[in-house]
Design a protein around this ligand. Structure first.
Ligand code: CP
Length: 306
C-alpha cells in the first residue's frame, strides 16, 4: 500500500525526491490538490509539532481536516471501541489520508492491514507509535542534517539521553544506515541504553557505533549532537526517573565546546536537557528542524496522495 508506517520506506531515491520537493516548498505555495477533500487526524497521544504540521500541510493543499482533541478521550475509544472499528468508520469516509499517533507500536500496521482487508485505499501516516517508529520525524531529521551540514554522508552523530524508548532515535538510525560513512554514538545511563534491535540493524549494515555514559570526548568531535528528552511517561519508578533525567544536560559551556560546523538537533519538546541560553548559538538547529515540518509533510502528501 501507500502507507508510511516506518522509516525504512524512505530509500535514498525517495528521500532525494522528498528533500527536493520540501526545499521548493520553503518559499512557494503548493497546488491545492486536496481541494474539497478531507484528511483525518487520530491522535491518541499528545502532540504539538507533528499534529499541527500535518494539519497545516493538509490545509495548504486545500483539504478540510477532521480530528478530535485526544482521541483516547473524545472519540468512541473512550466507550471501548477497538481501533479497527474506529478506523473502519473514518476510512469509509474516504479521506485523502489518515494520520495516526498511538501509544501501541503495532497500531499503524493494524490499521493499514485492516484497510487492505476491507479494500479501503486510504494511506495511513504513522505520526508516532509507542516506542516503535516516528518515520516522518526521522525523514525531517535527515532533511535537517542535509540542509545544515550540506551532506548526508560521512556524518558522525551522537544520540544523547533516552536511547531506549525514543522512537525518533530508532527511526533515524534506520535512515542513517543507508548513508555512506555514518558513525553513531549512543550516550545514556545504563537504564536507557539503545535496544538490541537497533544494535542489530547497525551490525547488519556494518555501521560502527559506540555506547557510553561519558560524552566529554564526543561533544567537540561529532557533526550532530542529537538530544532527546528522558520520557517520564515510560518510568513507573519516579525515583529512577529523577536520578536519570538531569544526567546529560547541554548547558552553554558544554555547547561551546562543539565545533563551529556541528549542529544540535532535538525532535522537541524539550524539558531541561538543553539550556535556554544555548538557543542563540549557530549550532542550535532544533527550531529550524521543527520549521521544516510543514513543508516536508506537504511534500510527503504530494508524493503519496498526489
Ligand atoms: N517531535 C514531535 O513528535 O513533537 P510533538 O510530540 O509535539 O508532535
Amino acid at each position: 500500500g501507500r502507507s508510511i508506517l516506518e522509516a525504512g520506506i524512505f530509500t535514498p531515491e525517495i528521500f532525494a525526491e522528498l528533500a527536493d520537493r520540501t526545499t521548493r516548498l520553503l518559499d512557494a505555495r503548493p497546488e491545492p490538490i486536496f481541494r474539497d477533500e478531507a484528511v483525518v487526524m487520530l491522535f491518541y497521544q499528545p502532540s504539538t509539532r507533528t499534529r499541527m504540521s500535518f494539519q497545516l500541510a493538509a490545509i495548504r493543499l486545500g483539504a478540510q481536516v477532521i480530528y478530535t482533541e485526544d482521541a483516547g478521550k473524545f472519540s468512541s475509544a473512550a466507550k471501548g471501541e477497538i481501533l479497527e472499528d474506529t478506523t473502519r468508520i473514518v476510512g469509509g469516509y474516504r479521506p485523502k489520508a489518515l494520520v495516526l499517533r498511538h501509544h501501541d507500536e503495532d497500531a499503524p500496521y493494524v490499521v493499514a492491514r485492516n484497510f487492505e482487508r476491507l479494500g479501503l485505499d486510504v494511506p495511513v501516516f504513522n505520526a508516532g507509535s509507542g516506542a516503535g517508529q516516528h518515520p516522518t520525524q526521522a525523514v525531517l531529521d535527515l532533511y535537517t542534517i542535509e540542509r545544515e551540514l550540506g551532506r548526508t554522508s560521512d556524518v558522525e552523530i551522537a544520540f544523547v539521553g533516552d536511547c531506549r524508548y525514543s522512537r525518533t532515535v530508532r527511526s533515524l538510525v534506520t535512515l542513517l544506515i543507508q548513508c555512506p560513512g555514518a558513525k553513531v554514538h549512543f550516550v545514556s545511563v545504563p537504564e536507557l541504553r539503545v535496544g538490541a534491535d537497533v544494535r542489530d540493524a547497525l551490525d547488519r549494515a556494518g555501521v560502527p557505533y559506540t555506547e557510553t555514559d561519558d560524552w566529554s570526548d564526543l561533544v567537540p568531535r561529532v557533526d550532530i549532537l542529537y538530544m532527546t528528552r528522558p520520557q517520564k511517561e515510560w518510568f513507573t519508578d519516579e525515583a529512577m526517573f529523577q536520578s536519570v533525567k538531569d544526567r546529560f544536560v547541554l548547558d552553554l559551556p558544554t555547547a561551546k565546546r562543539m565545533r563551529a560546523s556541528a549542529r544540535i538537533l532535538h525532535p522537541l519538546p524539550r524539558n531541561e536537557e538543553i539550556a535556554l541560553d544555548v538557543d542563540p548559538l549557530p549550532q542550535a538547529a532544533y527550531f529550524r528542524q521543527a520549521d521544516y515540518g510543514p513543508p516536508l509533510r506537504t511534500a510527503l502528501f504530494q508524493m503519496v496522495c498526489g
